[in-house]
Design a protein around this ligand. Structure first.
Ligand SMILES: [Zn+2]
Length: 181
């Protein structure tokens, strides 16, 4: 699926956990999207892209290493590792169906070349992927309106606050209490 869809999936789902702090939600967002770092091979040419995208970053070993690194930035590291690993697998699940019939998930790479492919996968540019993005975008806007925060809350807090002010405050809402963690 598209990177922006993965990013929003991590942030929206993380918002379902009321005890999560902004940094927790950022880690979830990263865990849900950084598998696609292997797409950066495109800077070395089309051949590298086609050989290594959906391979280097889309396997269990990479997922574990990525989540260990992300957990180092959390306060409750073991919990963060488990949560991040869950979000990493959300990425794989979304790609399993939404990356196009030609892409598989080499889950056990480099130990096994086997790729898991879905016979129900839909094309990359499809109404299903567009719908997933639109639903997540609407969900994001709803969170911005109700919870008074955006996906930028950790990385650009000033812009986050300016964007939040663009939307009217919901009936009965109280000003958000921002904790610095
Ligand atoms: Zn991916």
């Amino acid at each position: 699926m598209h990177v922006q869809t993965h990013i929003l999936s991590g942030w929206c789902v993380a918002n379902l956990v009321p005890t999560f702090a902004p940094r927790d939600r950022l880690l979830c967002m990263l865990a849900a999207s950084l598998a696609d770092l292997d797409g950066l091979g495109i800077v070395f040419g089309q051949d590298v892209y086609w050989d290594y995208h959906h391979k280097l970053g889309h396997n269990l070993l990479y997922g574990i290493l990525l989540c260990i690194i992300l957990a180092l930035f959390a306060t409750r590291r073991l919990l963060a590792f488990a949560v991040c690993l869950g979000f990493y697998h959300l990425h794989l699940l979304m790609d399993y169906y939404g990356s196009g019939p030609g892409w598989g998930i080499p889950y056990l790479w480099p130990f096994s070349p086997r790729e898991w492919r879905s016979s129900d996968a839909w094309p990359f540019y499809s109404w299903q992927n567009l719908s997933a993005f639109v639903i997540l975008l609407l969900w994001t806007i709803w969170i911005v309106w109700r919870q008074r925060r955006t996906p930028l809350e950790s990385v650009m807090p000033n812009l986050d606050r300016q964007l939040v002010r663009l939307l009217p405050r919901p009936e009965g809402a109280v000003a958000p209490q921002r904790t610095k963690r």
